[in-house]
Write a protein that binds this ligand. Structure first.
Ligand code: SF4
Ligand code: SF4
Length: 123
């Protein structure tokens, strides 16, 4: 079961997780064309090997260890992680559309600083 990036990544996006992932399944990387225009990063669900290295690396606790552990307020982002593909314009657009919709639906969460957002997921 893949790990999932959620909304504390929005506004943070520091790529600390990319640096520790042993299988390069977190995208876009800083050297990929999509990096500047994505709102967050995504984990490829088929490539993630569930090693857990990205979780402690994330400064804002944006990464959950499974779909099941992803809080209800973040569930739509499971699909965003799943559809995003570097080099696939339609997939990038779809993932970003999901994120934009999530942001619009949760002004309460977006008003919380990224570092405190994960704590607000449970509320
Ligand atoms: S759990 Fe491991 S393989 Fe999966 S995204 Fe995190 S660092 Fe990469
Ligand atoms: S370490 Fe966390 S905030 Fe940074 S890019 Fe990865 S998921 Fe986003």
């Amino acid at each position: 079961m893949p790990f999932i990036i959620t909304d504390p990544c929005i506004g943070t996006k520091d790529t600390a997780c990319v640096d520790v992932c042993p299988v390069d399944c977190i995208h876009p990387r800083k050297d990929e064309a999509e990096f500047e225009r994505t709102q967050m990063l995504y984990i490829h669900p088929d490539e993630c090997i569930d090693c857990g290295a990205c979780v402690p690396a994330c400064p804002v606790a944006a990464i959950y260890d499974s779909v099941d552990s992803t809080p209800p307020s973040q569930k739509v982002l499971v699909d965003a992680n799943a559809v995003f593909r570097v080099g696939d314009e339609a997939a990038v657009a779809k993932a970003e559309e999901i994120v934009t919709s999530h942001v619009s639906a949760h002004p309460d969460l977006m008003a919380v600083p990224p570092a405190e957002r994960a704590a607000a997921h449970a509320k």
